[in-house]
Design a protein. Structure first.
Length: 196
């Protein structure tokens, strides 16, 4: 299976990129989130997912493993095809998607083009037990401010850590430190570094 493509960025727009590698030009469908991460690069690596269809082959590309994993989860949902999954991940980050699923936030999912109430409910029902790391993290929060936690997750992810690494570190902070020790986002992130 084609796991990734590394090569020269030939052209890019918010929905697709053409990468030249080994003398071939690969057209890869991307999300807006991936577009934002790679648009300034000259040489890029995108993680890929290959879809075989009756009318041809489609390649979907992602800037990181978290987004590809979220895409793969979404396309297991009945009625959610690769283009709808791409729309979801163009609007929501994987963290936002998982949080919406865990909190049964139908409204956030419905903000995505092509997602009605039935599709949103189906995503929640079919994926709620397939996101164990997020599920466990949110259970551990109790009275802790969920948005504060999500901001810390996002910040650590932007620093290059995977969702799983960031969650593990933040969960250790919650378990081993009192709330008074992480009264600000900055302090929470600094404590999390001890466990990364």
């Amino acid at each position: 299976m084609l796991n990734y493509i590394k090569g020269l960025l030939v052209s890019i727009n918010p929905s697709k990129v053409i990468i030249e590698s080994l003398g071939m030009g690969f057209e890869v469908q991307i999300t807006i989130n991936t577009f934002e991460k790679i648009k300034e690069s000259k040489e890029i690596t995108v993680l890929t997912h290959l879809i075989l269809k009756d009318d041809g082959i489609q390649l979907y590309g992602f800037a990181d493993e978290d987004e590809r994993e979220a895409f793969r989860l979404l396309i297991t949902v009945n009625g959610i095809g690769p283009n709808t999954a791409r729309n979801l991940l163009s609007t929501l980050t994987p963290i936002d998607l998982y949080s919406a699923i865990q909190s049964k936030d139908v409204t956030s999912l419905q903000k995505v083009k092509g997602i009605g109430i039935k599709s949103a409910e189906r995503i929640i029902i079919e994926l709620k037990n397939k996101i164990p790391e997020i599920q466990q993290s949110l259970k551990n929060l109790s009275n802790f401010d969920t948005n504060f936690y999500q901001d810390a997750l996002l910040a650590l992810k932007q620093l290059g850590y995977s969702v799983k690494e960031a969650e593990n570190a933040l969960n250790k902070v919650l378990k081993n430190h009192s709330k008074e020790e992480y009264v600000s986002l900055d302090k929470l992130i600094k404590l999390a570094f001890k466990y990364l």
